[in-house]
Every structure is written in C-alpha cells, then in structure tokens.
Design a protein around this ligand. Structure first.
Ligand SMILES: [Zn+2]
Length: 218
C-alpha cells in the first residue's frame, strides 16, 4: 500500500485537503518527480463551523489517494492529524493555512529529513493584496516550529503560474471529479452531499464552469 511512515525517508511534505488546488499540486509533484518520496498529510480541522466539511474532505482525500495509487503514482505516504479547536467558539480564531502549517511543522519534527514543503497556492491567490502578508505569517510559523532555515526547508509553489481554470485543466477529469472544495457542504438528498454554491470556493469554481460550458463534467 502507501509508503510506510516509519521506515521511509521523505523528501517533501504535501498538505492535502481534498480540494482542487492541493490535489493538483500533489498530482503535479508526484508525476514530475517519480523517484522522490512525498509525505501527504491531511489535517482534520474541527472548529465551530467545520460541520460536514471535515467529513466530506476526508472522503475526498481517501478517494484521491486511491486514484493516484491505482494510476501508478505510488511515491507517497500518508498521515492524518486532527486538531480540534471547536471549544474556542463558532468563529475559528486562525486561518486554515495557519493551522495547516503548524500541523506540518509537527510532522516535519517527526520526519526531520523533509526539506521541501509543497504549497498549493495558485496565480489568483498571489493577486490578492492580503496574500503576501498571510504567506509571510504561515512561513514564519513553519520556520519557527521546525527550527529549520529557509535553506533547509524550501517552500515550493508548483501552481503559482496557473489560474483556477488552468489548475482544473491540469489534472485528469476523473481525478478532478473526486475533489471537494466547498466550505459548507449541504445534504441535498438522502446520503448525498451537494455544494453550497455560496462560499468563496464555490463561487470561483462556478464562475469557471460558467465561462467554460461543456468543458467540465461537474
Ligand atoms: Zn460552497
């Protein structure tokens, strides 16, 4: 099955939420570097408004990893961490990316050979005026908690030149169909989750689908 966490030496760590961007970043790295071992990790972020999201993202992650493995991209191991900060109230007091990077630093402490962090930010993220500041903060979190220098732990952005549309086109359609990006999944029928079409992630995806009718199946 997937590479063994204990006995494998990993070069890089890749956070995977099950969303389009993190899935595309992982797919790109595995495909381009078949002889490099990647440690994929998912954070089960439990907070006041996480609701169905954590469950739906966990389902997506499981299916995505199984798809990659079945399609010959087997150079990865997998770990999941749960961080429950729901007792701090409905509104999460920190950005998701801050929690992800803090958790990543814990994993890197357990696997100190890791020298690369794969960040799934895309071109559209870099256009956001607030993004540089947020990026600086999450990089600081990573370096503070791993005690590594930027030379010892490089942050890579495999999707930084791609728009959302280009990211969606960069992975096979059947892999794209397994991803889940909606922040507030709804139960739309018995045993069936649907996208909310209201959260920022849904709006971006719906815009791409509207502008490229017939190019994507979902
Ligand atoms: Zn949504």
């Amino acid at each position: 099955m997937y590479l063994d966490f204990e006995s494998t030496k990993f070069k890089a760590i890749v956070p995977l939420s099950g969303g389009i961007d993190s899935t595309a970043a992982l797919y790109t790295m595995l495909k381009q570097n078949p002889n490099t071992n990647y440690l994929v990790f998912r954070i089960d972020m439990v907070h006041g408004t996480s609701g169905h999201r954590t469950t739906r993202e966990a389902m997506a992650t499981e299916k995505i990893l199984a798809w990659l493995y079945k399609n010959g991209l087997t150079n990865f191991g997998f770990r999941e961490l749960r961080i429950d900060y729901s007792s701090l109230g409905m509104m999460p007091p920190v950005w998701d990316s801050e929690v992800v990077n803090f958790a990543a630093s814990l994993v890197i402490q357990a696997k100190p050979e890791i020298s690369e962090f794969i960040e799934g930010a895309i071109k559209d993220d870099f256009k956001d005026a607030q993004f540089e500041g947020r990026l600086q903060k999450i990089e600081n979190i990573l370096y503070l908690h791993t005690q590594k220098t930027p030379q010892e732990l490089k942050i890579k952005f495999p999707l930084r030149s791609l728009s959302k549309y280009e990211v969606m086109k960069s992975i096979p359609a059947d892999l794209l169909a397994l991803t889940w990006s909606c922040r507030y999944p709804k139960i739309i029928a018995k045993w069936t989750y649907g996208r909310c079409h209201e959260c920022p992630q849904c709006k971006v995806i719906d815009k791409v689908l509207e502008e490229h009718v017939g190019e994507f199946s979902a």
